[in-house]
Design a protein around this ligand. Structure first.
Ligand code: FE2
Ligand code: FE2
Length: 444
């Protein structure tokens, strides 16, 4: 099943050997490069990307470890590790020149790889290959706490999003593959560490920057769509679309966006214009990112009952990607409010959104969203009916009111409790910026 991928890597490592032995100008190297290009193109016919990681001294592809290949390629694996390369990704569209530049790059002496290989490699300007460090889940961490790998992952993705948004602002080419690569890192981690990432999305709202909202909506949208059963490619496409859903807002003045008082009709229509402004901008990137970012930019304020905006002459049902993004968008926007203005606790957010069932949102879809997310998101500080204070660490899909929690105070009561199995209820929510603040640190 993985034979094409195996052959591709074998050819790549042959290439590496020949460039080391003969140098880049030799016909032997050219021959191995030709061969590598042919097998990579073949392997990329039935998949959009090939991502391999080096774990220990083994080569891993998706969830499998390629033991046999690992044995054969041990010296090459060590060679890559010495260069801080633990992860290689090749994307469809790869051409021979890019492969050559890549070989040139990894043939450099290891002293050249002191910094993050991805940073150095991005200077080479190869679009369809990325290299980097592997984000490994650290299982030694206690459940519910955040490993530094998770925080790095979130921060570096936020940085990528920031770069991409600035790229669009300056009408530059976007490094969409690096962005997709970050999202696929997140997606991979979502399957094993979903609570950790969802918790980060909850906590990181302290920073009110636009790109945090973009990243949060992308994380929620990818989480939601993968739980809905979309395959990896579609989940990533939806994640990419989610990142750009509000891109049109970057062209509307901050002053207007944050105006506290009532908006005039003119001001409101200016704000509404971020939908088609965004769609227009994303049209320029259809070649590289597809049509979905255009669709969701345009439709994310359309409602399930076809009200909302932009007003369309004909009734049009939202694309499923827009429905997903719009639920996650409203969820993040409402939850953010508790950061500065009113205190919208998770139950208030839940009630507000539930009132919109059948009008703003498809009823079944919204129910599923809260079933997967839970009512009290992971990371919430709550007071229980026995007077203790706990942090939410996991969800029970059969009853969203009764998650799994970790009692953190009083210290002698410290334990994990599945509220589904005990007669203890959540009594109230503690605001993480106020009375809940001191307990937040106890969970980390
Ligand atoms: Fe919007
Ligand atoms: Fe938004």
């Amino acid at each position: 099943m993985f034979s094409k991928v195996e052959t591709a890597f074998q050819s790549l490592l042959n290439c590496l050997q020949s460039v080391k032995m003969y140098g880049p100008a030799h016909p032997m190297f050219e021959k191995s490069l030709d061969n590598a290009y042919i097998v990579f193109s073949d392997a990329l016919v039935d998949r959009q990307e090939i991502v391999v990681g080096i774990i220990g001294e083994e080569l891993a592809f998706e969830k499998e470890i390629l033991f046999d290949l690992g044995k054969l390629l041990r010296p090459a694996i060590l060679y890559l590790k010495e260069r801080n390369i633990e992860r290689l990704a090749f994307y469809r569209g790869l051409n021979k020149e890019e492969l050559r530049l890549f070989m040139d790059f990894i043939a450099r002496p290891k002293e050249d790889f002191k910094t993050d290989p991805q940073d150095a490699f991005s200077l080479v300007q190869v679009e369809h290959i990325s290299v980097g460090k592997l984000k490994i889940n650290d299982n030694k961490e206690t459940k519910g706490s955040l490993s530094s790998g998770q925080i790095d992952l979130y921060d570096s993705s936020a940085k990528k999003i920031d770069q991409a948004l600035n790229g669009v602002l300056n009408a530059e080419k976007i490094d969409h593959l690096a962005l997709r690569f970050s999202l696929s890192n997140i997606l991979e981690n979502l399957s094993t560490q979903r609570y950790e990432l969802l918790k980060l999305a909850t906590m990181k709202r302290y920073d009110m920057e636009t790109y945090m909202h973009m990243l949060n909506v992308a994380i929620f949208s990818m989480f939601f769509s993968s739980r809905l059963g979309f395959d990896k490619t579609n989940v990533l496409n939806i994640g990419m679309a989610a990142i750009f859903h509000d891109i049109g807002k970057l062209f509307i003045s901050r002053k207007l966006l944050h105006k506290a008082g009532k908006l005039t009709e003119q001001e409101f229509s200016r704000i509404k214009s971020h939908t088609f402004l965004g769609a227009e901008i994303m049209l320029k990137y259809v070649d590289t990112m597809g049509i979905l970012p255009v669709v969701t930019s345009f439709e994310h304020h359309l409602k399930y009952d076809s009200s909302g905006y932009p007003r369309l002459p004909l009734l049009k049902k939202q694309h499923i990607a827009s429905e997903i993004v719009s639920i996650c968008d409203v969820y993040d926007a409402l939850s953010q409010r508790r950061g500065y203005k009113q205190d919208y606790s998770p139950d208030v957010v839940y009630n507000i959104m539930n009132k919109e069932k059948g009008s703003s949102f498809d009823q079944g879809l919204l129910d599923k969203f809260f079933r997967y997310m839970g009512l009290w998101p992971v990371g919430s500080v709550v007071e229980l009916s026995d007077g203790s204070i706990a942090l939410v660490t996991g969800q029970n899909e059969s009853d969203i009111q009764r998650p799994i929690v970790e009692i953190v105070a009083p210290a002698e009561k410290r334990r994990s409790v599945n509220l589904l199995k005990e007669e203890i209820n959540i009594e109230r929510y503690l605001n993480p910026w106020k009375e809940g603040k001191e307990y937040l640190a106890l969970g980390r």
